[in-house]
Design a protein around this ligand. Structure first.
Ligand SMILES: Cc1cc2nc3c(=O)[nH]c(=O)nc-3n(C[C@H](O)[C@H](O)[C@H](O)COP(=O)(O)OP(=O)(O)OC[C@H]3O[C@@H](n4cnc5c(N)ncnc54)[C@H](O)[C@@H]3O)c2cc1C
Length: 278
């Protein structure tokens, strides 16, 4: 099928995009980034925006900044960059691993961080990774300027976010992996590149004695949005090991595949935290 008729505007800068969205209170103007989700929906006529503002060429949002304890990703950073950039593999290895599981390479060449987060598919890899890592999504509008939204509050329900119709995602601030931390990412999908049926991502922090001092984890395809798994304080100070991971998986992983994915991700995170696995 072909999309319904629409007007097309190639944005010249962030202010231009925000102006175009502010000028259309009907909310029928949509931002086009990599087009990998929106164009498919338009072709199926499940989305019928009256106007597209194409932000795909805005190089100012296609940048990565390394800061002391975090990495800041522009909304237009492609999945392929996340997968191949050595800085991302070193500082945000969970993000790099998640990106490798998105569709096929042609999709990853075009799809963007901002597009994936704004699309908010509960089975998508990047939204789950951002919740697991405690990322902050920075959004901007002409009327209200910038506001930061913690990832766990950004995702509201199936394909629904905290973005207002006149806002765009500009940057995503992601805490970098620290010494003493390990990460895990596990997903089950019919074939590599298919949307996942279950999956989990986590960051495990160990204290100087090798005991658990923090766990942050999230699940995909387990609810109407990426699900933050809150691990209670009673786990802190425990000795890490298979029995603990299985217990946490059973209790928080949502049976049965989510539980397995979570336990496996925690086990991988522990191996990495103690330097047994690259
Ligand atoms: C065959 C196929 C397989 C796929 N498999 C997977 C998969 O396994 N896992 C996965 O996670 N994804 C998968 N995808 C989707 C892919 O990751 C998309 O790239 C992503 O979901 C959307 O990114 P995009 O840049 O293409 O956004 P677009 O399609 O351009 O836009 C998507 C939505 O986000 C909005 N948007 C885009 N950028 C911004 C912004 N900066 N601020 C505010 N709103 C914005 C648009 O208005 C639109 O509503 C697949 C896609 C295809 C076609």
């Amino acid at each position: 099928m072909k999309p319904a008729r629409f007007d097309y505007h190639r944005a010249r800068g962030v202010a231009d995009v925000l102006g175009a969205l502010a000028d259309d209170p009907s909310g029928e103007t949509k931002v086009l980034a990599g087009g990998q989700s929106l164009v498919t929906l338009m072709n199926l006529r499940l989305a019928r925006p009256a106007r597209l503002v194409d932000i795909g060429g805005l190089s100012e949002l296609d940048r990565v900044f390394d800061d002391v304890d975090r990495v800041v990703l522009g909304a237009l950073v492609r999945h392929r960059t996340l997968e191949t950039d050595p800085l991302i593999s070193t500082r945000l290895p969970l993000v790099a691993a998640a990106a490798r599981h998105i569709g096929h390479v042609g999709i990853r060449n075009r799809g963007t961080v901002g597009g994936s987060l704004a699309h908010a598919d509960p089975a998508a890899e990047l939204p789950m990774a951002m919740v697991a890592l405690g990322a902050v999504v920075h959004v901007e509008s002409a009327a209200r300027g910038r506001r930061p939204i913690p990832a766990e509050r950004f995702f509201v329900s199936h394909f629904t976010t905290a973005l207002a119709p006149d806002e765009i995602i500009t940057w995503v601030e992601v805490p970098a992996l620290r010494p003493g931390q390990g990460w895990g990412f596990v997903e089950y999908a019919p074939r590599h590149g298919d949307f996942a049926t279950a999956g989990a991502g986590c960051v495990l922090t160990l204290d100087a004695g090798g005991r658990v001092s923090g766990i942050r984890a999230a699940l995909l395809a387990a609810a109407d949005r990426p699900l933050l798994v809150s691990v209670p304080d009673e786990v802190l100070g425990e000795r890490p090991g298979e029995r603990l991971w299985e217990r946490l998986g059973r209790r928080w992983g949502r049976a049965p595949l989510g539980a397995e994915a979570l336990a496996e991700a925690l086990c991988a995170a522990h191996r990495r935290a103690v330097g047994e696995d690259a």
